[in-house]
Design a protein around this ligand. Structure first.
Ligand SMILES: Cc1c2[nH]c(c1CCC(=O)O)Cc1[nH]c(c(CCC(=O)O)c1C)Cc1[nH]c(c(CCC(=O)O)c1C)Cc1[nH]c(c(C)c1CCC(=O)O)C2
Length: 347
């Protein structure tokens, strides 16, 4: 018997196969929901939303109320780590996050790891409150960005198309770049342990830009730091479940699972279902991977793909999710249709 509670999401992380599968969506709290936009307007600034437990708890609840998802994910952002290290960060409407870039070992001197946990205290308060307030059958997921993905924002100063500044630093001064990655490993490990202590029941590590690295660079800057974080969190808090999301890793998914020690992986949209069933699911429970744009299109195309996904992955440990975050253009009624269809198909 699994040693966890009966929460369906945790049972699958422990290796059980459930029909219908548990469901949650990456970025399930967000701008596609009018009630989110209302709280967002009240908070004014996005970071104020993340750092005000009253607001963050409320927006975490919103998708649960509508759809009864099997898991809640803490409302915060992967970029609170650079912000808490002291790197100036703002969210510009229509442009996404903007940071004052750090591009050398010398510039790392402006960052202060001792600020991280005190600055993030409101996030831990949000987790504590969610643990008490979410429905008893709903699991609570904590999260962080993976060091590589967070580093791309820190070095580029925001989003990027080619990650050229980050790669130039990494390739020309790998030891120096490792200092940044090491700083992120330390800060992220402490951040995740605090989330577990506050009540997070599983953790997801988002490596959204892992797929732009060649195999040796993927090994050094995606796998190795995630392995370090996973090992250290599990040593400090035995039994903690960790889900990895090496988006775009393709045929490197199996090596990622073996070498990082994560308990489950989130599959991006490009991972073929048959490949996932044959080469990934035998190694660990999987989560994914509906194209978020199919959720905008809706209709029969969406329902057909859901059926095929359930058909191929539903015979093993599987959590229904998207292959990447839900987008602001998604009609909320399509999400309702998706959830209803999955639950009907499995009952
Ligand atoms: C790369 C990344 C970020 N943030 C995140 C990632 C990894 C996952 C992924 O690849 O999608 C993760 C994230 N961001 C957010 C959450 C909250 C929890 C949830 O999933 O509901 C989570 C898990 C809230 C958010 N984070 C952000 C919003 C929108 C902010 C707003 O309301 O204006 C939300 C709801 C802002 C954000 N945050 C980030 C960007 C690039 C942006 C701007 C682009 C965008 O707006 O989608 C960085």
């Amino acid at each position: 018997m699994p040693e966890t509670s009966e929460k369906r999401f945790l049972r699958v992380l422990n290796g059980e196969t459930l029909s219908p599968p548990p469901i949650w969506l990456m970025r399930q709290a967000g701008r596609y929901l009018p009630e989110y936009r209302e709280v967002r307007a009240k908070a004014g600034d996005f970071l104020t939303l993340c750092y005000t437990p009253d607001y963050a708890v409320e927006v975490t609840h919103q998708p649960l109320r509508r759809y009864g998802f099997d898991a809640a994910i803490l409302f915060s952002d992967i970029l609170v780590i650079p912000h808490a290290l002291g790197q100036p960060l703002r969210f510009v409407k229509g442009e996404g996050p903007k940071l004052d870039p750090v591009r050398s070992v010398e510039e790392l001197g402006s960052l202060d790891p001792s600020r991280v946990l005190p600055t993030l205290a409101p996030v831990f308060e949000t987790v504590r409150r969610l643990g008490k307030e979410i429905p008893p059958a709903t699991a609570l997921i904590g999260f962080c960005g993976a060091p590589w993905t967070v580093a791309t924002y820190m070095v580029e100063g925001g989003g990027s198309k080619d990650y050229a500044n980050t790669k130039k630093w990494a390739y020309s001064d790998p030891e120096g770049f490792d200092r940044l990655i090491g700083m992120l490993v330390d800060a992220t490990t402490a951040y995740l342990i605090e989330q577990v202590d506050a009540g997070a029941e599983a953790l997801q590590i988002f490596d959204s830009w892992a797929g732009v690295l060649a195999d040796d660079a993927f090994e050094r800057w995606s796998i190795r730091p995630i392995a370090d974080i996973t090992r250290r969190v599990k040593e400090a808090r035995p039994g903690t479940k960790v889900i990895g999301f090496p988006r775009g890793a393709g045929p490197m998914y199996p090596a990622f699972i073996e070498k990082t020690g994560v308990d489950a992986v989130s599959l991006d949209t490009t991972v073929p279902l048959d490949y996932a069933r044959d080469h990934i699911q035998p190694r660990c429970p999987v989560q994914g991977n509906l194209d978020p744009i199919l959720l905008i299109a809706g209709g029969q195309a969406m329902l057909d793909r859901i059926d095929r996904t359930l058909d191929v992955l539903g015979k093993g440990p599987f959590i229904f999710n998207l292959g990447h975050g839900i987008t602001p253009e998604t009609p909320p009624e399509n999400v309702a249709m998706m959830v209803e269809h999955i639950r009907k198909a499995g009952s």
